[in-house]
Ligand binder design. Structure first.
Ligand SMILES: [Zn+2]
Length: 338
């Protein structure tokens, strides 16, 4: 079962919830705000499990569910009748009807526990009317009810909702911690772990997805192979490469790979060390390339990449953006090789 010990990089939230468990001062409503894959479910489940547990344990100063009692077994198997994940009618929104059903259910006393916990997924999809309906429950919640809203932070709740909830924003997990987690929990090798951590945006969920994503690994190889040879590519080859990448919807990741690749060259050149490289399995080549290119051409490359990112962001055609970027990089490589 997930427990607090497994939560990485969210110390403020953990310490808040731990305090609630220790003192028994549990709020009736929480908002866990964070991107998909950032660990909101894990936090909500660990907290719920500890609240339901008949014999919570304190290990290393942390209160956690025992994992053995009837309540824990039910929670872990998804059959705890007092842990409710409300369903909704429409995939893309949570309507007033969905919330009314939940409100009616809240009035029914818990089945086997002293609490009844609701985990409302995708809470940012609540319509304003649904939020107003929820407000009625938040204003006069039964003593046993705890409502945990999981939101991705993309849309704002009504101020009246915010004022009745404890908002707990998840923070991006530092890259090093993501990397360590991928190695220790997912058995990733160091090279892959470092790369996936770099592209994860501080989300362990996204990093784990990338780790298992064969397309991501293939794109990495393809990018490196192309970048190594870019000064020998002609305009037609660059155009084909850009077209294929854009057609596969991989432009964004490709640009990020190129940026990371160039970042490695710059780090290697400026620190004369290979310690902090991301593409650790390309060290020999990176040392050679970093010394072969002038500093100003490395800077030109990184400017070209940032320009491409801005263009993509303002919806300039992906194929064209990528093609222009690669041509600019080729020019910088040819003029800057020493
Ligand atoms: Zn237990």
């Amino acid at each position: 079962m997930n427990g607090f010990a497994e939560i990485i990089g969210q110390d403020i939230i953990v310490s808040h919830l731990q305090n609630a468990l220790r003192t028994g001062e549990v709020s009736h409503a929480y908002i866990l705000n964070g991107a998909k894959g950032s660990g909101r479910h894990m936090i909500a489940r660990s907290f719920s499990a500890a609240l339901f547990c008949e014999d919570p344990q304190t290990v290393d100063g942390r209160v956690d569910a025992c994992g053995q009692c009837m309540a824990c077994l039910r929670t872990a198997s998804g059959s705890n009748p007092d842990l409710i994940i409300p369903a909704r009618e429409k995939e893309n929104s949570i309507g007033v009807g969905d919330i009314r059903k939940m409100r009616a259910d809240v009035q029914v006393k818990p089945y086997s526990s002293s609490r009844k916990i609701y985990i409302l997924e995708d809470a940012e999809k609540m319509t304003p009317a649904a939020q107003n309906a929820l407000l009625k429950t938040l204003e006069e919640p039964p003593s046993y009810a705890v409502i945990i809203l999981l939101a991705d932070g993309t849309s704002a709740f009504l101020p009246t909702i915010m004022s009745r909830c404890v908002t707990l924003p998840l923070r991006p997990v530092p890259e090093k911690a993501v990397e360590k987690c991928l190695i220790e929990r997912f058995g990733a090798d160091e090279n892959r772990a470092r790369l996936c951590a770099r592209f994860s945006g501080g989300s362990i969920g996204r990093a784990a997805q990338l780790l298992e994503n064969e397309k991501f690994a293939a794109l990495r190889q393809k990018t490196i192979a192309f970048m190594r040879e870019i000064d020998n590519k002609d305009a037609a080859e660059i155009a084909v490469f850009a077209r294929e990448t854009a057609a596969d919807n991989e432009t964004q990741d490709m640009i990020d790979f190129v940026l990371t690749w160039n970042r490695d060259l710059m780090v290697c050149r400026s620190t004369k060390s290979t310690e902090n490289l991301i593409f650790t399995d390309e060290v020999q080549y990176i040392i050679k390339a970093a010394s072969a290119l002038s500093w100003s051409s490395l800077q030109s490359i990184s400017e070209a990449v940032f320009r491409a990112r801005r263009r993509l962001f303002s919806n300039v055609n992906a194929e064209l953006t990528l093609q222009m970027m690669l041509l600019e990089i080729r020019r910088a490589c040819i003029s800057g090789s020493s």
